[in-house]
Design a protein around this ligand. Sequence first.
Ligand code: NAD
Length: 471
Amino acid sequence: MSNSFHADVVVLGAGPGGYAAAFRAADLGKSVILIDKDETLGGVCLNRGCIPSKALLHLARVKSESSEVQNFGLTFPEPEWDLEAVKQWKNERVVGRLTKGIAALAKARKVQVITGSGVFTSPTSIEVSGTEGAKIVTFDDAIIAVGSHPTKIPGFPEDPRIMDSTSALDLDSIPENLLIIGGGYIGLEMGTIYSALGSNVTVVEFMPNLLPGADADVVKPLEKRLKKEFASIQTGTKVLGIEPQKDFLEVKIEGKSGPETMQVDKVLVAVGRRPNTFGNGFENIGLDIDDRGFIKVNEKRQTNLPHVYAIGDITGDPMLAHKATHEGKVAAEVICGQPAAFDVSIIPAVIFTDPEIAWAGLTETQAKEQGIDYDKGVFPWSASGRALALGRTEGFSKALFDKETGKLIGMSIVGTNAGDLIAEAVLAMEMGADAEDISLIIHPHPSLSESVGNAAEIVAGSITDLFAPKK
Ligand code: NAD
């Protein structure tokens, strides 16, 4: 069998960005080769990130709801975990099913998948080392979609009890005491999972607030709930060092009340992700890379080599799967001669905790920093019939409208299913909607989606579900 291959388009990395790029290019008539180190397609997101964590977060939510409904007259026995069954469900029936689905989609499109580690050896070739030996793949155009990896804290020892998000999702054992370093997306999602599994969870966050990218008022309802579930949340706190002992990890932290030592069974480090800049031969082809390791691209996702494109985490923040997918389609369409470009203005962010937090467009903090004059409508879910029926009234929906243009410029939501509700705000912003446009849309009743319309009604002056005295 020959070890040389050629395709019109080669995609390096088969995460949500890479496989979308490969499939779009194939659908537009190109021959495509998709290369990935993993045996299964889907990258970090499908195999050891977004999808398995959502499966476990679902179980965590069912567990807490089964206990909360006792207050409403429905009683269950104390839930019990069968960890092996949970792992099997997560790995086979959720992740496995999806990755098999992606493989079937690749086959149906005649996208050739090559498993192995790809390194650029020239501007038109990649050498792939895999279990079947080295293969040389040549191409007319390439799309780099190699993603990112968890950031390590320098000076920490190597110890299997110090986990990153990948090992934490394996659920090898459930620690009695778990310290999570970083109160961001991963820290709070994984904290929710481990707390439901029975661990005493402590979160230490370097910054003064959890989820530093979100507005503080939006984080508050989540923080209030997590404070009840977690053993402790310490903001403005840094970890000075970890000393592995035989039976525990000794961790030195320093916060508002000075240095402190704690003993925990495991630590999860969730302090961000770094681009996979090294080991792919980018230096062999002279790619322009910024000082943080991100590949520089233009709006067409072209690098400084016009036939080499880059998408997803390797091109910079926000490191989100849905951004990568969109960029992948843009790159494929540009290669196929379509007038596509990437408009980065509105990329929704969702933290899948309970309650969920979601925002799109500008946060209020950003609007203030940018000196934008805005009108604000905040609809409290305590006035939502659906939220009351769910027993989850702690949330709210906050809409910001530009005073000058009247258009929606930002939406932040905290509450059950906020991650689904934010899609309406994204559409509204993309379509240039103002408060009146949104308030005149008939939202289904009773639904949480009404809260988006209600927030707009507050600014439009037509709210009836609240009493807003005339100014
Ligand atoms: P993050 O940037 O969301 O959060 C990291 C947190 O760690 C920050 O709040 C930061 O201030 C804090 N921190 C940094 N150094 C610290 C230190 N030494 N001590 C204490 N705190 C420290 O990063 P993450 O949670 O690791 O997630 C990585 C990326 O993965 C995210 O940026 C996101 O793009 C992606 N992700 C997304 C989702 C989602 O979309 N729901 C879920 C998980 C991960």
